[in-house]
Ligand binder design. Structure first.
Ligand code: ZN
Ligand code: ZN
Length: 347
């Protein structure tokens, strides 16, 4: 069993030296190259591809959108988050260095989940584990509701930035309640997988159990029913994914008033991941306003606060045993029964 956690390093502000200048220039160069590559690809590739396989004609539509959607996370959001963290904490403490050259067991799990999610393996596993529930379409439900009641939310009259802000806060509201449900005794075994991380790394954000289906019912469906246009949801997802990466970074910062009111900070998320759960945890929301409104605002973590769970995990690249065990615990109510036994023993 591992109860240890490495403390965050001391990240007192350092002077802006040559190393940081190189990091900034590197980011600009990378962004420029990415832009050129994207521009070139969208010129060269038609938006509709048709090809022959074994005598059959196969046609793929919306090629540009698909390419952008697939490439966005790995080629744009993740490198941006890694770069920003590197700029703040320096190369030696960065997640990028630790992922490439010194991965711990816990970081290996994070990386495996990131790769599996990108390869759509988790998607498929999730569909099976959720008995197909993940294929429920929010758009389909919305059309049914409109047909039955005539009621539809249509934000199209508002400017795009206003829609993005509104739906970001709608998203974080549903995310907040989903996250609280994930911490209930019944759903905890599936969410525990995320909390099993022994130390933060940008990629810890991707450590999610594929059967964590609360997201579908509590976030995806309500947002679609509330008329979130797909284009707006792309922006909201980009913001939420970026924040997800940053709050699991090595930045030992509470982000001042931004972290207290606008967006959750790494130190507030660290407090959420605390190992010692004798007092219930707080800071469930990506937008602090929901924690403040619903009484789960706690304060800020000490950068050395230990994180993790008291259930043993194997970690490492081979993630199947831990995933299967947690899935089994969910269906059998193993964790809930253990809590009930402990409560009975205390009273
Ligand atoms: Zn949690
Ligand atoms: Zn987390």
């Amino acid at each position: 069993m591992s109860l240890t956690s490495t403390a965050l390093p001391d990240t007192a502000p350092r002077p802006f030296g040559l190393d940081r200048l190189m990091i900034v220039l590197g980011l600009f160069a990378y962004a420029g190259l990415l832009g050129i590559a994207w521009w070139g690809l969208s010129r060269l590739l038609p938006d509709q591809l048709t090809f022959q396989v074994f005598g059959r004609t196969i046609s793929v539509g919306h090629v540009h959108d698909r390419l952008l959607g697939e490439a966005m996370l790995l080629l744009a959001i993740l490198p941006f988050a890694l770069w920003l963290e590197c700029l703040v904490v320096g190369w030696a403490q960065s997640s990028a260095r630790r992922m490439l050259f010194a991965p711990t067991r816990s970081i290996r799990t994070d990386m495996a989940l990131l790769v599996l999610a990108q390869g759509h393996v988790l998607d498929l596993a999730g569909r099976v584990m959720m008995l197909g529930a993940s294929m429920l379409s929010g758009g389909w439900m919305r059309d049914r509701i409109v047909a039955a009641t005539g009621f539809a939310v249509d934000p199209s009259g508002l400017p795009l930035p206003v829609q993005i802000v509104i739906y970001f806060y709608v998203y974080t509201f549903f995310d907040y309640w989903t996250h609280r449900l994930d911490h209930s005794r019944w759903f905890w075994p599936l969410h525990r997988y995320h909390h099993s991380a022994e130390d933060f790394c940008v990629a810890t954000s991707a450590r999610q159990h594929p059967a964590a289906f609360t997201v579908i019912f509590m976030i995806n469906l309500p947002l679609a029913i509330l008329g979130a246009p797909p284009a707006v949801m792309i922006y909201v997802n980009v913001i939420a994914t970026t924040v997800g990466f940053l709050i699991h970074s090595q930045m030992a910062s509470d982000w001042g008033w931004v972290g207290r009111w606008i967006i959750q900070s790494p130190l507030h998320h660290r407090l959420h991941h605390k190992l010692d759960m004798t007092e219930p945890t707080g800071h469930f929301a990506m937008a602090p306003i929901w924690d403040r409104l619903f009484g789960t605002w706690r304060g800020t973590a000490d950068p050395s606060l230990a994180i993790g769970v008291d259930t043993p995990y194997r970690h490492g690249f081979w993630v199947a045993p831990d995933l299967a065990r947690d899935y089994w615990h969910f269906w059998t109510g193993h964790h809930a029964r253990r809590l009930a036994r402990e409560e009975a023993a205390r009273s």
